[in-house]
Structures are given as structure tokens and as C-alpha cells.
Design a binder for this molecule. Structure first.
Ligand code: C5P
Length: 401
């Protein structure tokens, strides 16, 4: 017996949620229905109360002594919202909480499934697309609506899937204990981290300020989603994340070789490392001495672009559906430059984060925009590197699942 919350949005398809409720109850689950206030215009509270055997409230001002807006979400094993309107998706994506259902969504830590139903134009609107992407990036399951007859004479994408299908989705989310779309269980995730060092002599190198923290956050987040994780780490002074295979490297060429070897079987590749674009043509065997006369200019040669190389090679060697994520640390935020970089690197997602202003290398917090090769643009609000990593992995998981 699980504790399920059935959220009901104000859509005509609310009548189908009655059948979903009946199925959940027949399976032995305890179901609390939380409609939005306007959803009661379609199906009234007596129907939900009779079918669920539980009281129905829509606002936060009923039974205040029991603090329902916190207690219901905290105690739930699953929340399924069917139908989810465009407005409800927008509120959930923005974290707004004007009623009991949206409050409950904010306090819940269990799997959350949204089953949207609306007119095709609304489903395809860029605002709705962005809200769906945002929710998915947080590990929420947003079921694609079915295609078929809509409310009036028109038809298209936007129908609520049949109750039997919704029941199956709810059942799977409950039995896996985690959201299916966001899981990386039994997936291989390969991450590069740190900053490469290009040696000039036995004691000097050309390097950068990368600490590896963002890459290590990705390794932890991927492991938490059930993935088998390999971390190719360049000059990082952080403890190995538990359960993660760490491959230490120093230079860009070593990182290149390690990444190529591991990439063949990776489902997701995340290139967070700061890779030196150039290396000295020669490395002096002896320490370069100051008194040996004027120093010759250091001649540099270009390093391979590992990310672009991996993206180019996956067509022939990568597993089907391999997802590649690159990073772009920019001191300016010109959107055109970032889009051009996404195309040049050939990856699926480019995480564009601003360095400077207390953000970026070495900073504890990070803030970014994730550009997708499909034209999507998901802003990730300022938060910890762990939160950023988890949000980006949510997008990658949604792409492969
Ligand atoms: O071109 P830029 O250095 O800004 O690109 C950053 C992205 O490309 C990062 O994901 C970084 O790990 C990757 N990169 C690479 N090989 C290089 C340079 C950068 O894989 N030689």
C-alpha cells in the first residue's frame, strides 16, 4: 500500500482521472485527491471524496492545525497530476504555490509525474515547452500527451493518455522508487574534471584555475542516479567520490587518450574539464635556467579538442543514443557566441556559465543556461555545483530514456 496523491488540474480530462483513482484504489493504495480550485468546476468534491474515501480540500486554509500543505507532500510516495494544464505546469516550473496542490508539489520529495492535457497550440507554445524542460531537468516525469481528438472538433497532440496507461506509469514510478525518466540506473557516465597541465620543464607548466569541483559534483550526482561512473581527473586535489572509478591524468593529450578509451561504452559524457588549448612544442628535460641567457619565446602547438572529437566520433563508435554535454565558461554572455560554440563542438547540450562576478572557477555556487542541440534553452538558477550537476543530468537522462 502506497500513499498516492492525485493532483487534478482544471481541464475537461479531469473526468478520466476518476477512472485512474478507481484503479489506484483497487490496487490497494491510499489516494488523497487534491484538485486545484478550478478543477472542481469539471468534477466536484463529492465525486473525489466518495471514490477516494478521503477528504478533499483545494486551499491551504482548511484544517490548518494539521499543516496539510507540508504534511501531505512529505508523506507521499508518489504524486501524479492528471490532467496537468499549461497553467499548472507553469506554476510548478516557477515554484509558485497559490493553492494546496502547488504547495504539496513543493514539499514532496517522492517521484512526481505530470500528465498534461491541453490544446495542441498550448502544448507546443514555447512557454509550455520551456516549462516542461525545466520540470524534466529537475527529475520530474512529464508524460507526452496522446495524439487524437481534443475537446471540440479538432484533433492533435494534447489528449490525456487513457487511465490504464496512466495507471501503468504510476505503478512503474512507485515500484522503481524513482522517476523513470530521470534515472541513470545501469547507465555508464563518463566525466572529465579539473584542469590540464602542459609541462615546460620538470618544475613548470602552463595551467588554469580549475579545481575540478564541478566535475566531482557530476560524478556524485550521476552515482546517486544509479549510474556506473568514470571520472577522468586532471590535477584535482579532492577526495575520490565513493563508488566512482577515477582515472588520473595530467596533460590534455593524456586526457584525450583516457576519454577516447572510455567513451566507447559511455551512455552520457560530460566534459567539465578546463583543457589547455595549446601546449609547448618542446618540454625541456632540465629545469630552464634564468642565467642561461635570454629565454627563447615559448613556441606553442594546438591540443586536440577532446569534446569536438568525441562528438564527431560517436556517430561511428558510440553506443546508440549517447548524450554528450560540454561546458562553456564565458566572461561575456553573448548568446550568439554560445550557440555557435554548441554547433562547433557538435554536442547535445552546452552548459554556458559565466565566470567572474564571484561565479565559476573555485566558486561554491554556479549559475548557468543549458543550450540544447534541439534549440532548447533551460536556465538553471544560481545554486550549488551539486544542484547544477543534478539538473543537467536530469536533462541528459530525459534525452536517453
Ligand atoms: O572552446 P572552449 O574551451 O570554450 O570549450 C569548452 C568545452 O570544450 C569544455 O566542455 C571543455 O571541456 C572542452 N574542451 C575540450 N578540448 C579542448 C578544449 C576544450 O574538450 N582542447
Amino acid at each position: 500500500m502506497a500513499r498516492v496523491i492525485l493532483g487534478v488540474g482544471a481541464g475537461i480530462a479531469a473526468y478520466k482521472a476518476c477512472e485512474l483513482l478507481r484503479r489506484l484504489r483497487e490496487a490497494g493504495h491510499r489516494v488523497r485527491v487534491i484538485p486545484t480550485p478550478d478543477a472542481l468546476r469539471f468534477v466536484g468534491a463529492p465525486t473525489w471524496e466518495a471514490l477516494s474515501g478521503e477528504p478533499v480540500a483545494t486551499g491551504v486554509w482548511t484544517d490548518v492545525d494539521e499543516v496539510p500543505h507540508v504534511r501531505l507532500g512529505q508523506g507521499a510516495d508518489l504524486i501524479i497530476v492528471a490532467p496537468a494544464t499549461a497553467d499548472l505546469l507553469a506554476r510548478a516550473a516557477a515554484g509558485m504555490a497559490p493553492d494546496l496542490l502547488t504547495n504539496t508539489l513543493l514539499t514532496a520529495r517522492c517521484p512526481v509525474v505530470f500528465a498534461p492535457a491541453m490544446h495542441t497550440e498550448m502544448w507546443e507554445h514555447p512557454a509550455t515547452r520551456a516549462n516542461v524542460e525545466t520540470l524534466r531537468s529537475r527529475g520530474v516525469t512529464v508524460v507526452d500527451p496522446a495524439v487524437g481528438r481534443l475537446t471540440g472538433k479538432d484533433s492533435g497532440a494534447g489528449r490525456l493518455p487513457e487511465p490504464a496507461t496512466l495507471y501503468e506509469i504510476a505503478d512503474q514510478a512507485l515500484s522503481s522508487g524513482t522517476d523513470l525518466r530521470s534515472s541513470l540506473a545501469s547507465r555508464r557516465v563518463l566525466i572529465s574534471a579539473g584542469g590540464t597541465r602542459e609541462e615546460l620543464d620538470p618544475v613548470r607548466f602552463l595551467g588554469n584555475w580549475s579545481t575540478g569541483r564541478q566535475g566531482y559534483a557530476f560524478a556524485r550526482a550521476a552515482a546517486a542516479r544509479g549510474a556506473e561512473v568514470t571520472l577522468v581527473a586532471a590535477n584535482v586535489e579532492l577526495p575520490d567520490p565513493p563508488g566512482v572509478k577515477v582515472v588520473p591524468v595530467v596533460s590534455a593529450r593524456e586526457m584525450h587518450a583516457a576519454m577516447l578509451a572510455e567513451a566507447v561504452s559511455a551512455d552520457v559524457i560530460v566534459m567539465t574539464a578546463a583543457v589547455a588549448d595549446y601546449r609547448p612544442v618542446t618540454r625541456s628535460e632540465e629545469k630552464i635556467k634564468k642565467d642561461a641567457g635570454p629565454l627563447d619565446p615559448i613556441e606553442l602547438t594546438e591540443n586536440p579538442d577532446i569534446l569536438a572529437g568525441l562528438s564527431a566520433r560517436r556517430a561511428s563508435d558510440g553506443p546508440d543514443g549517447q548524450v554528450i554535454v560540454g561546458f562553456a565558461a564565458e566572461t561575456d554572455t553573448d548568446p550568439g557566441a554560445a550557440k555557435a560554440k554548441l554547433a562547433r563542438k557538435g554536442c547535445d547540450f552546452l552548459v554556458v556559465n559565466e565566470v567572474g562576478n564571484g561565479l565559476g572557477f573555485g566558486a561554491v555556487d554556479n549559475e548557468a543556461v543549458v543550450l540544447g542541440s534541439d534549440g532548447s534553452r533551460v536556465p538553471i538558477p544560481r545554486g550549488s555545483k551539486d544542484e547544477l550537476a543534478d539538473a543537467v543530468l536530469g536533462l541528459a537522462a530525459a534525452r536517453i530514456n
